[in-house]
Design a protein around this ligand. Sequence first.
Ligand SMILES: *Cc1c(COP(=O)(O)O)cnc(C)c1O
Length: 385
Amino acid sequence: MQDEPIDKEDILKKLSEIKKLDYNYADGRILGSMCTEAHPFAKEVYCKFLDTNLGDPGLFKGTKYLEDEVIKSIGNLLSLDKAYGNIVTGGTEANLMAIRAARNHARKYKGIVDGEIIVPISAHFSFKKAADMLNLKIVEADLDDNYRIDVESVKDKITDKTVAIVAIAGTTELGLIDPIEEISRIAHENNIYFHVDAAFGGFSIPFLRQAGYDLPVFDFSLEGVCSITVDPHKMGLAPIPAGGIIFRKEEYLQVMAVDSPYLTVKTQSTIVGTRIGAASAATYAIMCYFGKKGYSQLACEVMDNTYLLKEGLENLGYDVVCEPELNILAFNHPEIETHEFAEKLEKLGWKVSVAKCPIAIRVVLMNHIKKSHIKELLEDLEKIY
Ligand SMILES: *Cc1c(COP(=O)(O)O)cnc(C)c1O
């Protein structure tokens, strides 16, 4: 830091220069991100709540009310009458809270100390962080031929140390929905905590089902499901950071509560202390503004775009890895090795990402990718082919 203050104008000028290093969603070139530009109304609301701190909810009763309302609404979308949970920084923190609840619950009621969690190979890397921080062992369940969690493999991996089973509704790499109903039954029969990671799918599957898409049930209507992660900052169009963790029962929050002596509430179950309130307010606002109708429209639009890209790719002769369930498409060039193919696309200005299971180019068709961008992408792909 320099000694003398600098004029605001000069600082802003420098910042906008530096910001040019960033890619913009609006350019339609970011193809591998699960986040997108937040809705302008959500951003407007976010700014109004910047100083609120949900770590001390007694001081921010209004903002706490908004968080509770958001949790209630998301819970309702997921077939839960009375939901418990928090708006947190993202799917990573939400998953960490779920696994912490499962571990503490198993420790308290079953005396398990060296716990294990069963997660599919397709699980997000946040579970590796959770396992590391919580001193748990990760046991990976295999995938079936369609890249979904293999039910038999889950059964085989259950031991008397299993504290949680995880399945995914909208995998990070392929957007696929695991057979949640079957896993829920197995978890319930074995009295094991079952967490569903719908960080990506949570804000689209319920709306696509409403619109008539034939997608499997993944929510609290299945009695084995104990918690679900849903990220408003992905398909919910809320500003980053906004993740959601929803629990079926209050006891899952209680088993991780610690005393919080100097605050307006006696205990705290969240991981962070001072905690963002703006995310809850912005999520509340955007959910009101869109309604089920608005989200349904959004979810259907991005699905249309997904099919548009799929058709274009197949017409050109590219290999599409699997039939998309959500707005993620993975594909390969029939001859060029995937990383080399990705480099060619990067050189043409496309920011793509490469899936590892299976290795393929992965495009997440978020709201910022419009039909015109898909057309341009297909033109470039035609040149490469
Ligand atoms: C994005 C994602 C996460 C991680 O969420 P962050 O908001 O990046 O922390 C976890 N699980 C799944 C399935 C995801 O798609």
